[in-house]
Ligand binder design. Structure first.
Ligand SMILES: [Zn+2]
Ligand SMILES: [Zn+2]
Length: 290
């Protein structure tokens, strides 16, 4: 997530009224590899709001989503949502790097994440990682400790590690090396440049691109996507944040993925069907079968 604390629910509600229109559907289906349904839908993890969001996405070719938890309530929600929508939703759960250092009982929370993570509908441990943008220097020890614990959990359970890295590229790569990375690692909302992308690719990591790929001021992301192997990238929304151009600033949702897929096709010089096919296959390799 970008920063869910910055959007008040009243703001979100009024923003919902101005949701962007549906894009032209993709003819090959793919996956939203990272979203927060709990933040922008009503009615709980098995409710009508989630159903409506999934239906709207499915109508344009996004027929599966990874629902991501950031704290205990949203992690519990994610597991329930994945149970309620088999074939359509799988869960990733964790204590977000900005939340972990603020918790009064980090050990207790980690213990509950470890228990929840055993559920077969949980396919990834994340989002975890490091965020030097929102967490001040004096809290970074705790943040890194929490990241190490999540890495250990992903390895212990054989699940994919889903990383949040904000302005902390070198330290994230260092900690992964020190701990020994799990077999499957994905950088959600990839924010590095082409040189870092090559390092990640060489280590077997997968890079997941959000709507930021379409932002005018992010040429380094487009350069990164251009240099990595076809089976090492995913597409995501991080909804309700990071809405792709031309709807930047409006609320995001999984049905808006086609905008990002179409730009990916342009950057890679392949068809949009090919982008959908490879991102779907990579998502199933990391998270699936749904
Ligand atoms: Zn997120
Ligand atoms: Zn994030």
């Amino acid at each position: 997530m970008a920063d869910r604390h910055s959007l008040e629910s009243s703001e979100l509600q009024s923003a919902q009224a101005e949701l962007p229109p549906d894009p032209v559907p993709l003819s090959v289906t793919t996956v939203d590899a990272h979203c927060h349904l709990d933040i922008f839908t009503e009615g709980g993890p098995a409710g009508a709001g989630v159903r409506a969001a999934l239906d709207r996405a499915k109508a344009v070719g996004i027929d599966r989503v990874v629902q991501v938890g950031c704290d205990l309530p949203s992690s519990r929600y994610s597991v329930e949502c994945a149970i309620a929508f088999p074939g359509e939703v799988v869960a990733a759960i964790a204590l977000h790097p900005n939340d972990a250092p603020r918790l009064p009982d980090l050990e207790g929370a980690l213990a509950e994440i470890e228990k929840l993570a055993e559920h077969p509908r949980v396919r990834a441990i994340g989002e975890t990682g490091l965020d030097h943008f929102r967490t001040p220097p004096e809290k970074r020890d705790v943040q890194e400790y929490s990241f190490r614990r999540h890495i250990a959990l992903a390895k212990k359970l054989g699940k994919t590690l889903m990383i949040h890295d904000r302005e902390a590229h070198d330290d994230v790569l260092r900690v992964l090396e020190e701990e020994g990375a799990p077999e499957r690692v994905v950088f959600h909302c990839y924010s590095g440049d082409a040189a870092m992308a090559q390092v990640c690719a060489a280590r077997g990591y997968v890079l997941s691109f959000a709507g930021t790929l379409t932002f005018k001021n992010a040429p380094q992301l487009r350069e990164a996507l251009a240099v990595i192997p076809a089976d090492q990238f995913l597409v995501e929304t991080d909804a309700p944040f990071l809405t792709p151009v031309p709807y930047r600033g409006k609320p995001n949702a999984p049905y808006l993925i086609p905008h990002t897929v179409r730009l990916m096709a342009e950057i890679r010089g392949v068809s949009e069907e090919e982008i959908a096919r490879v991102t779907s296959a990579t998502a199933e390799r990391l998270f699936g079968p749904f």
